[in-house]
Design a protein around this ligand. Structure first.
Ligand code: B3K
Ligand code: ZN
Length: 878
């Protein structure tokens, strides 16, 4: 299989200045006519007379150079594109191709969704539309004409500003768009359909007024308001925080039901998975509302970090993604409770990214080789990439970071650049040396920090030893020490923070949080303190590392109550529960019975008692760490032990604190009785209320389930309804049956709600879950061509329902393995991501490991699997 390598990068031999595309959209054959001006790239060293243009599944109808048809001997076609021999240095190329969007199930290039035409070109989808140098360092200005039946496709959209629209004979019409900003082909977009819009307006800081439109299918009208409001907030925020304004007169978002990812930042015409646009309280949960805000902001922020300055090649993907995720995280943190946002992001990082970084699919944030670039839209490139930018932000400080970004834009606006260009701009602006810091981009794996503390009573010195290391990852056996900023605080015995003053520091201006620059394999830091401290380590999760410190239960409990950093309060609670669970797992492995440790009950009781101070945070502290987080704590995964101990612990906490769960739940209800609102307090209330409820369900008393049914009838929003339904999914009784039947009736015409109906069942801990999944897959509403539906059932099961997927019989593996193969023929991106759930096979017990490997082998030996899937399987087996 062909491997693309970073070290082989060479500038494009030809550049494209201008492109004029004409689409004649039709149900069977869509014609794409392309006129483009090409010229030899002065920066290319290659002097070949052959020009290669990418093109996949295109039927060539005609080919002209400077108006003259190209003779047969002067070109050649193969399955990857078009070779033109003996081309001049400057010329115009005219092509005409036929494509079949109606048969496009890979959802890349031009395809149909819900009666609409739409496009997805990142990373390499444009080559499915026309012959083109489909690489991000070829930036051109685009003019796009679209011709279509006016009745069926009254709305015709593309990037930029509207130039003209006119009616044509035979019920057709033509609309022409022009985007004045040079852009890479991956940012091209087109939409055609019978859609409507919700409109808003934004006046930029420099006084330009921008029309904002959220396009939806007619029956969804009214459900785009939240997205529209989020867009306005994001536009204002980027002006305030980074001085970045929008640059066109129109900003469009279109919601489509069939989409491989979350959304796409096409210039001026974002195309979104409808999951990240449509919302009202009847159909979306608080988490959905929050996710919409994040994704809308993320795509908007790409206009500068991604579009105006783009990537030179796909190895630089984190240049735009890591930076833009960081920006959207900062935005959301300003919008909601900052610490909750951080907890949310760190949870994701620790479960998904850490797992990726410790398995066979581990890769640096700037990868060095790929077979299929779509496999690299990963948690590492996105989330770890964002953590690197966050560390830079903390190292440089807010002001310097902003200046660095300004320098970056002044140097590179309108060009395609590298991660190195970004780091250099930061380095130059702040006058700091980032040479060691750069390793974060090239070295894969999660660093481990072992921290040990020692207090010397006589000298009143606290000595903190930090040792860093990193396990080998594929292709990188030797790791160098990284520059890791470790934020710490020191608490005295009453829980008050002491100044963090290093020995030798003169002055009296020590802060209560210090950032220690860990740069060597081992470093010792000494602090002057008045008494033995309890250290609060890695505050705010100042670096994407695993840090261990030999905390006693009592110390963790102390931090849970006293740490002034709310993130670390939450983290201390998580560490305490994790510690207790892992001890339980060890005891079980030794054949001992489960017992709940009183320390945990005390800790939970304390959190419950003071929960009214910050309900959102309390809810997070009371949630047990996910199975996914727990399995990642040890190299060898004891799946049965973890699932069992976690379940028993939940039951024990349910029992021991029954009255507290009930009363805190009541208190929350009392405070939200005024109706449904979306303020952080109300969201916090709902989440705490539902956490309490889930504990009450774990050891349900008589009459509980009929009560749940009643609450379900009374619920006035999707957050509560879904929380209740989730509980009902894990039991087999009359209430559960009617609840699911009724929910289905309400959901069946609303795809996003129906996805929830599927997902809740797929994620349920249930002894017969594999049979249940089979039934869901055979359901008339299950649809293998819709990625949201597939993810609702298969990804939820394989990635979120560990007990079920890893059933000892191997039935879960079998089922998912079969569906990977079925899906692969339709949509390789989705099949490859599902296949990733087998990648950790080596870490399981021998029986499971063999069964998982068997599935991977089966995939590998199947003829004709996609490049996407082949790469994932191959790397998993290596
Ligand atoms: N840039 C797109 C992702 C495109 C996915 C290609 N397989 C979404 C985003 O990160 O904003
Ligand atoms: Zn992005």
């Amino acid at each position: 299989c062909q491997v693309v390598r970073l070290e082989d990068y060479a500038p494009s031999e030809f550049l494209v200045e201008k492109v004029h595309l004409t689409f004649e959209l039709a149900e069977r054959d869509t014609v794409v006519k392309t006129l483009m001006s090409l010229r030899r790239n002065p920066r290319s060293t290659n002097r070949e007379q052959t020009l290669f243009l990418d093109g996949i599944d295109l039927k060539l109808r005609s080919l002209h150079i400077d108006g003259t048809p190209v003779a047969d001997r002067d070109y050649r076609l193969d399955e990857s594109g078009l070779y033109l021999f003996g081309v001049p240095d400057v010329f115009e190329l005219q092509t005409e191709v036929i494509i079949q969007p109606q048969d496009n199930t890979v959802l890349e290039g031009l395809y149909c969704s819900g009666g609409m035409f739409c496009t997805q070109c990142e990373a390499e989808g444009f080559r499915r539309i026309t012959f083109f140098p489909d690489r991000p360092d070829v930036m051109a200005t685009y003019t796009t004409s679209i011709v279509a039946d006016k009745k069926r496709y009254p709305v015709l959209l593309s990037n930029g500003n509207l130039l003209s629209s006119e009616d044509l004979p035979d019920g057709l019409h033509r609309v022409t768009w022009h985007d004045p900003f040079p852009k890479p082909s991956y940012l091209f977009a087109l939409v055609a359909g019978d859609i409507v819009f919700e409109e808003g307006a934004f006046v930029t800081a420099s006084g330009r007024s921008v029309a904002l439109r959220v396009y939806l299918q007619r029956h969804n009208l009214g459900r785009g308001t939240h997205a529209l409001e989020a867009l306005k907030k994001a536009m204002l925020w980027d002006e305030k925080v980074f001085g970045l304004e929008y640059d066109l007169d129109l900003y469009m978002i279109v919601a489509v039901d069939d989409f491989n990812m979350g959304a796409m930042e096409n210039k001026g015409l974002n195309i979104f998975n409808s999951k990240y646009v449509l919302a009202d309280r009847e159909t979306a949960t608080d988490l959905d509302f929050q996710a919409i805000e994040e994704v809308v902001a993320h795509e908007y922020f790409h206009n500068w970090t991604g579009n105006r300055v783009t990537c030179r090649d796909w190895f630089q993907l984190s240049l735009k993604e890591g930076l833009t995720v960081f920006r959207d995280q900062q935005f959301s943190a300003d919008e909601v409770a900052r610490s909750l946002k951080r907890i949310h992001d760190v949870r994701l990082l620790r479960t998904v990214q850490f797992a990726e970084d410790s398995g066979p699919l581990a890769h640096p944030v700037r990868p060095e080789a790929y077979q299929e670039i779509n496999n690299f839209y990963t948690a590492t490139v996105y989330e770890k990439g964002a953590e690197i930018v966050r560390m830079l932000h903390n190292l440089l400080g807010k002001e310097m970071f902003r200046r660095g970004l300004e320098l970056y834009f002044s140097r590179f606006d309108g060009t395609a650049v590298t991660i190195e260009d970004f780091v250099k701009a930061m380095e130059d602006a702040a006058q700091v040396d980032l040479s060691q810091f750069r390793l974060w981009y090239s070295q894969a794996g999660t660093p481990n920090i072992r921290a040990t503390g020692n207090y010397d009573e006589s000298s009143k010195e606290f000595c903190l030893r930090l040792q860093q290391g990193c396990a080998p990852t594929p292709g990188q056996s030797d790791k160098q020490p990284l520059h890791i900023p470790v934020a710490i605080g020191l608490l005295n015995s009453t829980g008050t923070e002491m100044p963090v003053c290093e020995v030798g520091h003169s002055g009296t201006d020590c802060d209560t949080t210090a950032i220690l620059p860990l740069k060597k394999t081992e470093q010792v830091f000494r602090f002057k303190v008045s008494e033995r401290p309890v250290p609060s380590l890695l505050r705010g999760f100042s670096a994407p590392v695993r840090l261990t410190y030999n905390y006693s239960d009592a110390e963790l409990m102390f931090l849970t109550v006293h740490d002034s950093d709310p993130f670390n309060r939450w983290d201390a609670a998580q560490q305490l529960v994790t510690q207790v669970i892992m001890r339980g797992v060890d005891r079980m492995a030794d054949g001992q019975a489960f017992m709940v440790e009183p320390v945990l009950i005390d800790a939970f009781r304390q959190v419950l008692h003071s929960s009214s101070k910050d309900r959102g945070l309390a809810a997070q502290m009371l949630m047990l760490p996910s199975e996914n987080y727990l399995v990642d704590q040890r190299l060898r995964i004891d799946i049965d032990g973890i699932c069992t101990v976690r379940r028993k612990l939940r039951e024990a906490l349910s029992d021991a604190l029954h009255d507290e769960w009930a009363s805190v739940r009541q208190a929350c209800i009392k405070d939200t009785s005024a109706g449904y609102g979306f303020s952080p307090e109300e969201v916090g209330c709902r989440s705490l209320k539902n956490v309490c409820l889930s504990y009450l369900a774990a050891q349900s008393k008589a009459g509980f389930w009929p009560q749940v049914r009643q609450w379900l009838d009374e619920a006035d929003n999707m957050t509560d309804r879904l929380a209740l339904l989730t509980l009902l999914a894990e039991v087999e009784n009359a209430e559960s049956q009617t609840a699911f039947a009724q929910f289905y009736q309400r959901a069946k015409d609303i795809p996003l709600v129906l996805d929830k109906w599927f997902a809740v069942q797929s994620g349920a801990r249930h002894p017969l879950i594999v049979d249940k999944i089979r039934r869901l897959l055979a359901h008339e509403d299950f649809n293998l061509c819709n990625p949201n539906r597939v993810r609702a059932v298969l990804h939820t099961f394989a990635r979120g329902n560990l007990g079920g997927f890893h059933a000892p019989s191997g039935a879960g593996y079998h089922l998912v393995g079969d569906y990977v193969m079925k899906l692969d023929r339709l949509n390789p991106q989705v099949s490859a991501s599902l296949a990733g759930s087998f990648s950790a096979w080596r870490r399981f017990d021998n029986d499971r490991s063999a069964l998982m490997k068997e599935q991977l082998n089966k995939m590998f030996s199947t003829e004709g699997i996609s490049r996407d899937l082949r790469e994932i399987v191959q790397r998993s087996l290596q």
